[in-house]
Design a protein around this ligand. Sequence first.
Ligand SMILES: NC(=O)C1=CN([C@@H]2O[C@H](COP(=O)(O)OP(=O)(O)OC[C@H]3O[C@@H](n4cnc5c(N)ncnc54)[C@H](OP(=O)(O)O)[C@@H]3O)[C@@H](O)[C@H]2O)C=CC1
Ligand SMILES: O=C(O)C1=N[C@H](C(=O)O)C[C@H](O)C1
Length: 257
Amino acid sequence: MIKVGIVGSTGRVGSLLIDDLATDSEAKLSACHVYDELKKPVPEGTVVTNDMGALLDASDVIIDFSAPVATEALLTQIVENGGNKPLVIATTGFSKHQQNLLIEASKKVPILYATNMSLGIAVLNKLVSLASKTLKEFDIEIVEQHHRYKVDSPSGTALTLAEHAAKARDLDLDSVRVSGRDGDIGARTKDEIGVMSLRGGDIVGRHTVGLYNDGEFIELHHTATARNTFSKGAIKAAKWLVNQDAGLYSINDCLGL
Ligand SMILES: NC(=O)C1=CN([C@@H]2O[C@H](COP(=O)(O)OP(=O)(O)OC[C@H]3O[C@@H](n4cnc5c(N)ncnc54)[C@H](OP(=O)(O)O)[C@@H]3O)[C@@H](O)[C@H]2O)C=CC1
Ligand SMILES: O=C(O)C1=N[C@H](C(=O)O)C[C@H](O)C1
């Protein structure tokens, strides 16, 4: 059995990971990182700790659905304190410093980083690359919709979709991304890529990539209808990652896309 440790174990996705691992035939829960207390029951012998080192020691692989500062503490344990376990990182909203730390850590251990663990979004990223490259004259606008509790914006998935679109057109996303329009803003420029956020209710996650031209447009939609799409995707990624060498991997590597 593959021993899985969780960072963010009290969270919306973290608690689903606990449930999914309870019925998995190849992986089981070994440790939970918590800041406060874990209210949910876990199997006897599960290490419940606020120490990232203890979490790593008790596990073959870590799955992280938490918050950027918590992921930073996990990565620091690898980079500075000799931690040495594969990491599946799903947390979004990293700063440049945190992104660099992730790259640094991936020189020491295998890391799979995916802003979205669903198969559908993995395929959508590829479709967006193709459409953006082929439909050169079309304006690209991305809209993401999430539940009222989501704290980062735009979503990590929307930013990854936008990166695929920008790369397909040889554009630097930081230079062309527009994530708000208000007032006398003038006409849309050709290269800009709009990435807009809606928040409300219990929406698990919906992403729309629109490519608009005169006389026609295409809209590609993905909707996550159940949050365990992400927990199950991450467990699948963890099983794959335990057999990989140090390096930075994407969900496409795991899915063979
Ligand atoms: N890649 C993917 O497929 C997906 C990624 N995500 C991302 O995963 C992350 C977690 O999502 P979700 O489970 O909905 O979030 P929640 O807010 O429900 O859970 C966050 C978890 O992180 C913990 N945490 C650790 N450190 C901190 C801190 N400093 N401040 C606040 N919380 C902390 C929380 O602990 P405590 O309870 O003690 O506060 C909690 O366990 C987000 O970044 C989200 O965008 C979400 C879904 C899919
Ligand atoms: O916070 C969420 O809920 C989600 N976050 C991820 C993101 O930021 O893209 C993935 C998913 O859409 C749900």
